[in-house]
Design a protein around this ligand. Sequence first.
Ligand SMILES: NCc1[nH]cc(CCC(=O)O)c1CC(=O)O
Length: 307
Amino acid sequence: MRKIVVGSRQSGLALTQSKQFIKKLQDKFPELEVEIKKIVTKGDRIVDVQLSKVGGKGLFVKEIETALSNKEIDMAIHSLKDVPSVLPDGFSIACVPEREDMRDAFLSNNKVSFKDLPKDSVIGTSSLRRAAQLKAIRDDITVKWVRGNIDTRIKKMESGEYDAILLAAAGLKRMGWSDNVVTEYFEPEDFIPAIAQGALGIEVRSDDQELIDMLQAVHSEETALCTNAERTFLKRMDGSCQVPIGGYATLEDGELYLTGLIMSEDGNERYVVKKSHEDPETLGNLVADEMEKMGAKDIIDMINNEK
Ligand SMILES: NCc1[nH]cc(CCC(=O)O)c1CC(=O)O
């Protein structure tokens, strides 16, 4: 069996989820030899500005794709929510393992709940989606941008720079930190997660059939169905990463449901559509069609014209 080189970003979370995935793969193929190669991406280098202002999709994946096509690496383990909805030719997401918790987690100093947070509290987030939803629920709090790895963000909160922050539950759970640091989880019905939040996407060269076959052993058809529906909706609506957009799909008693969200940046306009269909791509398109009918595309066009 050949040796596989895995490309990973250097952050604690990227390395941890790469190692956890490799372990899962090696449980199925005990003989498999794997090496991790660290790669610095543009998204890692830009730490002083709001990423949605930098624009450009896939700030965390481009360098990794270059390394894939040069055959410096064979496989990359991404947070699927950081992967653009359309991949360049020659690359495939060959495997989507079982999803971790898709929810957003609320962290606060002294574990004060979101509803009990005093007026004028400062919440840190770098996500337009989180900011818009926070403002829609409580217009008396201030949202302040925060960047950095999740440990950096937690330290910034603890130092008093923020009263609270929002992070993906999945990252905290993978790091083993959630029990200590999470004040409460926001349920997806009330606070809609990012497209593909909590899921990983394993990217390979499309012609690497041997590896693609191997990855089927750790693929989750349920997660793939859900994230395909979500990513189809994303592809139709946005792409620019500059619009507050969210969505999540679930499989309930064999029925596939997708809830999509589009908001204005200030949180004053909110469009939510929920539909069901057995085919994930049809479902993503149905939710997008309905969004367009409701006028949500106007928000997107307005945002894109301003930038
Ligand atoms: N935007 C950065 C990012 N990309 C993936 C995760 C966490 C893990 C996941 O959603 O799979 C995070 C951190 C966060 O949003 O808190």
